[in-house]
Ligand binder design. Structure first.
Ligand SMILES: [Zn+2]
Ligand SMILES: [Zn+2]
Length: 235
């Protein structure tokens, strides 16, 4: 909505994995798109669990959905969503203007975590999802115009750990499941992409880390264009 995109234009949703920071607003997004009152048809793609997540969301809102249908009429939102699950990497969907493929990435303890590649007629974009250093991703992103990759700034992790009580386990999770800015640079160079966009920044709530600091690790290994991703940024 803030990007100025009318919700009834929502057509496809791609979920990379089922951590809550990636699917928490999924149900609300579908329901809000349906609530515009304009006809919508959404195809949602993601790893196993997406069907249950979708059903459970509509179950959670069952009272509201049914009372509105009886009272206000309109279209049942449950009929406007088609869910497509997968448990193997490969072709996700293809239409005339774009082909979408997936690559399994390393995000332990989750085994069903995927990157997506969007090959359109005029450009190719790869989104890493959440992953630790993953050489397969470099092959998957080969020759893409833009690689949007998650990034973790190691010097700030220690500071973050000190501020959070359950620190030891969190540190283990972060190091095992995410990619340092240096390793992101290596992946971008191995893939031969033109532009690297750092996204899903860990820590994501520390304004003292400058764009220069976010970029410097990747720049040691990658000589292309580096952009530090911000919400609502258009590239
Ligand atoms: Zn995750
Ligand atoms: Zn995440």
């Amino acid at each position: 909505m803030t990007a100025g995109i009318s919700l009834d234009r929502l057509r496809y949703v791609f979920i990379t994995h089922h951590h809550s920071d990636h699917n928490l607003e999924y149900g609300a997004l579908l329901y809000n798109a349906s609530a515009t009152g304009k006809p919508i048809q959404v195809d949602a793609y993601g790893p196993m669990g997406l069907k249950k997540l979708t059903q459970d969301f509509f179950e959670y809102e069952k009272f509201d959905i049914e009372i509105r249908l009886a009272d206000e009429g309109g279209v049942d939102p449950r009929t406007q969503i088609a869910v497509h699950e997968f448990d193997q990497p490969g072709l996700v969907m293809q239409i005339q203007s774009v082909k979408v493929t997936s690559c399994r990435v390393q995000h332990p303890p989750i085994t069903q975590s995927y990157a997506y590649r969007f090959d359109a007629n005029d450009r190719s974009i790869v989104i890493s999802g959440d992953t630790a250093y993953c050489p397969e991703l470099a092959g998957f992103a080969k020759g893409a115009d833009v690689l949007v990759h998650e990034a973790m700034y190691l010097p700030a992790i220690e500071k973050l750990i000190r501020e959070i009580p359950s620190a030891t386990r969190l540190r283990q999770h972060l190091l095992a499941a995410h990619t340092s800015t240096e390793d992101v640079g290596k992946i971008a160079t191995q893939a031969g992409v033109k532009t690297l966009v750092l996204s899903h920044l860990v820590p994501g709530d520390d304004p003292s880390i400058t764009d220069e600091q976010w970029s410097e690790g990747a720049r040691k290994y990658f000589k292309g264009r580096i952009i530090v991703g911000k919400d609502l940024m258009e590239i």
